[in-house]
Each structure stands twice: as C-alpha cells, then as structure tokens.
Design a protein around this ligand. Structure first.
Ligand code: ADP
Length: 261
C-alpha cells in the first residue's frame, strides 16, 4: 500500500515538501552510517581476540614440545580471550533482541526484584553494597529487564570504583514516578563523555576498559532496555566523587496492570 501525498499546488508548499524530504534523507543516511559503523566496530572487536588466540595456538605449535613451561600461560590466555569473545557475542545478541523486542509491562513490587539482584551481585562484586529503599514500591515495567538494567549498572560501578568503596542502590518514590539509582565512589565520568557513554561501543578509555573486560555495549543495552520499559536514564556526578546513574520508571497501579498516569 502506497501512502498518497496530495500534490501541492503552491510553490511555498513545494518548498516545504522538499525541505521535509531532505530532512528525511538526512535521517536515513545517518541511520545507514550508524549501521555501518556498528558492524565495523563489532567485526573489529571480534578480530582482536581471534588474532590473540591464533597467535597463541601458533606459539604452542612451534614451541610447546621443547618448552612445556609455556603451555599453562598460553592456555590461560586463550581461555580469557575466548571468554571475552563469548561476552561480546552474548551482548550483540542481547542488543539485537532488545532492538527488535517489545516488552509486556505490568505493575509489580520492585523491592523483591532489587533484593534478589543485589544478593546475586554481592557474590560478584568486591565492594560492599548499601541499599536505601522502603517497602512496597509498585512500579510499571518489566521485572526481568529491570534486573538486567540493575545488574549492568552494578557491574559497571564495580568495574570503575575502588574495591573498598561502597556502592549504593537508592530507590525514591515520587508522585507518578520511581527513581532507581546506582551510585559509586569511583573514577567519575567527564561531562563531555556523559552523553556518549550510552552509544554502542563507546568507551571513555578503551585501553583501560579493555583491561577491566568491557565491551562498550553494556550501557547501550541498558539504554535500549530502559526505553522498552518506557523509562528514562541519566547520569550525574556523585558526591563526593564517582557517578550516579538514575533510571526513572513510571509508578505502577496497585489495583490494575495499567500505569497510574
Ligand atoms: P564497558 O563494557 O566498556 O564497561 P559500557 O557501555 O558499560 O561499556 O560503559 C561505557 C563506558 O562508560 C565505559 O567504558 C566507562 O568508560 C564508562 N562508565 C560506565 N559506567 C561507569 C561508572 N560507573 N564509572 C565510571 N565510568 C563508567
């Protein structure tokens, strides 16, 4: 079915039409460029561990017989790099699902979901986690994806802050919305980087983040899941230092599965 455009009969309308057409073209070109950049980044990110793995396989082929002492280190290296590839492929799949997906949103109590996620993260993170939350916080959203969002934000707080500095999870209830924040006392994020960290493959310092095992897709996935929850996310400086990410959800309705707004 073709959308029918009325043929404009005044020159002014033709000018307006041309302007809208050009705007549309710009958006299409930008999207195509983003697609190209994404594919090329993904290929590059996969190529690096593959090259490293192949290098160690060659090394083992040539030297393992004469120097068996090199074997454990090479095996460890190959293992680490394949884990890295696995993480990247998992992230790419999650992102592609989130890009296509739609979530069924309902009203439910956020509190048990948060406790469950934090208990899992306590086993993973070295930092102590402080929790500030009240009882019965009815949110409108999708429980599993909210757990994914919180896990990703906690993992980042863990990666980018010292091991002895606590990470806080704070929930505040307002009229019509609920804020879920994760605050750390780590490196912080420069103002210039704040809008860009949600971009796919963007990393503030790729050499360092490679060391901590980042893919640059974590926050891109978070941003997409936040959107599917009809929520918003922002990052500000934490006091006295570090970062504070806040996801703002719609408050749920205690009686029905519809949002109260
Ligand atoms: P990565 O896998 O590299 O951590 P993310 O998409 O999760 O990728 O984050 C993008 C970048 O944002 C990170 O590389 C890091 O530079 C920065 N970042 C994310 N969370 C934090 C944080 N809590 N503190 C400081 N920097 C952060």
């Amino acid at each position: 079915v073709k959308a029918a455009l009325p043929i404009p009969d005044r020159p002014q309308e033709v000018t307006q039409l041309a302007a809208s057409f050009n705007e549309l073209l710009t958006v299409i070109n930008q999207n195509a460029e983003q697609e190209r950049a994404f594919t090329s980044n993904a290929a590059h990110e996969l190529r690096t561990p593959i090259a490293a793995i192949r290098g160690h396989v060659r090394l083992l082929e040539r030297r393992a017989a004469g120097h068996p002492e090199i074997i454990p280190r090479s095996i460890q290296f190959i293992d680490e790099e394949s884990i890295r590839m696995q993480k990247l492929v998992d992230s790419l799949l999650t992102l592609s699902r989130a890009d296509r997906g739609a979530l069924t949103l309902t009203s439910f109590d956020l509190v048990p979901i948060i406790h469950e996620t934090i208990e899992e993260e306590r086993a993973v993170l070295q930092q102590p986690i402080e929790v500030h939350l009240m009882e019965n916080v009815i949110v409108f959203g999708h429980a599993e994806s909210i757990q994914q969002i919180l896990t990703a934000l906690l993992d980042n707080a863990g990666k980018y802050s010292p091991k002895d500095q606590p990470i806080s999870v704070i929930v505040t209830v307002n009229d019509g919305w609920i804020d879920l924040s994760v605050a750390d006392l780590g490196l912080g994020i420069a103002d210039a980087d704040k809008p860009r960290i949600f971009d796919r493959f963007y990393r503030v310092d790729s050499a360092r983040t490679r060391e901590v095992g980042g893919t640059g897709l974590g926050l891109a996935i978070v941003a997409q899941l936040v959107k599917l929850n009809r929520a918003t996310i922002r990052v500000i400086d934490n006091r006295p230092q570090g970062s504070r990410f806040t996801v703002r959800f719609q408050a749920g309705n205690t009686n029905s599965e519809n949002p109260s707004v």
